[in-house]
Design a protein around this ligand. Structure first.
Ligand code: SF4
Ligand code: SF4
Length: 479
């Protein structure tokens, strides 16, 4: 007699009601009483249909069939469904090009992945020029416009090192890209990431006038910022950047300005950092990311740290919920990004756009998976002069597909996580193909929080979620 067990789903509760996240379709549904009862019964232990009917009555019949159809319930004796491996067809259009206009920086943040023992690319002694030339930047723009295929909008993000150390090239690149794009009926959206130390009135005017999106790397209040984000002589940077950021926020009104915070074992007060950056400094939104580093470094986040971070993220996510229900803005960007993915039913074969819609360009014009690998020969996918190496790209896509990450096949969080960041995996395990199994509890805990917030919003302010219905070609997230 067939016994039924729980399969690929995650049950959660929100607004006092049960919901289910269906892994194969990445869809979210509210559960009726019968479906909820069946799911709870088979999650506790295997049940035959007769056993379910004995406890729950005749309503079990169609409900069980439906739950089997969506693969939330399956036969005890059946093997796990194989992961389909569909490799995207080349040429895959490029939506976001991250230009590393310099690999130099005027800060020496101890945790930075570009320096110290975690670095992939030798930026000091390697063959890479310290600054991207105007010529290479122009060739990169031509490469981007060509590889963006039929997309009308192309996204260019300037990155470093410290991006503004090469402001002259950045400025000329924007003018050139605008002109070239207009000639072929396209548009380019520009953004940059900076540590804010070099902001000055003429740069701010330029960024505002050209509607350049700005993300500031900053870790929080003075004592947090000055712990790691220091100049080469060890002096903290807070007193230098704080007035410059305030001026930027006052004068650059054409795009919302975001802060990007790196969390370490020693700076985990997410709520306080958030309040400082929004209420005291005036940022529109703040995104947090745990530091990428090998586990033996002092600033690496250990298991207990991930638990603490989850608690802090949860509190901030519920603040976000209350603001969103009341129709007020809240700038916790991590929750908003995940809510959008949940709403759109995102199910990833790859964790991010790296090597697909997103590519990083090194100072010499080498093209790599993303900005964090730019300049690394081992992760090169072509050059802006010769185009994308389709053979190398296909090998990358073959090797990194979720179908190869067998540890992830039984994980309900895989539609969003898909094994996690390649750079994190490289730093942690020396291998980009490995799933980031060291942070699964954190990923599943955070995804569960996001699902609950999604369920609450769907009950208490469904109109909030309709903002995610826009179907425009957006750029890839640059972390
Ligand atoms: S890395 Fe962990 S959390 Fe992410 S999909 Fe794989 S098993 Fe799940
Ligand atoms: S998630 Fe990791 S691999 Fe992907 S773009 Fe960001 S840094 Fe690169």
């Amino acid at each position: 007699m067939t016994a039924w067990i729980a399969r690929e789903h995650h049950r959660f509760e929100a607004a006092g009601k049960p919901f289910v996240y269906l892994v194969p379709s990445a869809a979210i549904f509210a559960l009726d009483d019968a479906a909820d009862a069946v799911l709870r019964a088979v999650s506790a232990k295997p049940h035959t249909r007769e056993e379910l009917i004995a406890v729950l009555g005749d309503r079990v019949g169609p409900t069980l069939e439906e739950l089997v159809r969506v693969r939330a319930v399956g036969e005890l004796s059946a093997p796990d469904a194989p992961q389909p491996k569909v490799i995207p067809l080349a040429p895959f259009p490029l939506t976001t090009m991250v230009l590393n206009v310099t690999n130099q920086c005027n800060l020496s943040c101890e945790y930075c992945y570009e320096y110290g023992e975690d670095k992939i690319v030798d930026t000091e002694n390697g063959k890479q020029p310290k600054f991207m030339s105007e010529e290479t930047a122009r060739q990169s723009v031509d490469f981007m416009l060509k590889e963006s295929g039929s997309h009308r909008m192309a996204h260019v993000t300037f990155f470093g090192g410290e991006t503004l150390l090469n402001f002259p090239v950045l400025k000329k690149t924007i003018a050139y890209a605008r002109q070239r794009a207009a000639e072929i009926g396209k548009e380019v959206d520009f953004s940059l990431t900076t540590n804010a130390t070099l902001l000055k009135p003429e740069i701010i005017e330029f960024l505002a006038a050209n509607q350049v999106g700005v993300t500031i790397s900053i870790d929080g209040p003075k004592e947090v910022q000055d712990k790691f984000r220091v100049f080469h002589n060890g002096t903290g940077s807070y007193d230098i950047v704080a007035p410059k950021i305030k001026e930027l926020l006052q004068r650059h009104r054409s795009r919302p300005i975001g802060a990007r915070v790196t969390l370490t074992s020693g700076s985990m007060d997410v709520k306080r950092i958030y309040r400082h950056l929004t209420e005291e400094m005036g940022f529109w939104e703040v995104g947090f990311a745990p530091v990428t580093t090998s586990p033996n470094r002092g600033h690496a986040i250990a298991d207990a740290g991930y638990d603490e971070m989850l608690g802090q993220f949860r509190d901030l996510a519920y603040d976000f919920l209350e603001a969103s229900v009341a129709g007020r803005h809240h700038g916790f960007s991590n929750i908003k990004e995940t809510l959008e993915e949940l709403h759109k039913g995102v199910s990833k074969a790859y964790p991010c756009g790296a090597g697909l819609g997103l590519l990083g360009v090194a100072t010499d014009g080498d093209v790599a998976l993303c900005h964090r690998f730019a300049g690394s020969d081992a992760h090169r996918l072509g050059t802006v002069h010769d185009g994308i190496d389709r053979e190398a790209q296909r090998t990358f896509l073959e090797q990194h597909h979720i179908a190869n990450k067998t540890d992830c096949h039984v994980c309900w969080a895989r539609p969003l996580c898909s094994g996690g960041c390649y750079h994190e995996a490289h730093t942690r395990y020396g291998e980009t193909t490995r799933p980031n199994l060291h942070y699964c509890n954190w990923i599943r805990g955070w995804t569960d929080v996001c699902l609950r917030i999604y369920g609450e919003l769907s009950e208490r302010n469904p109109a909030f979620l309709t903002q995610f219905d826009r179907d425009e070609a957006e750029g890839e997230r640059v972390s």
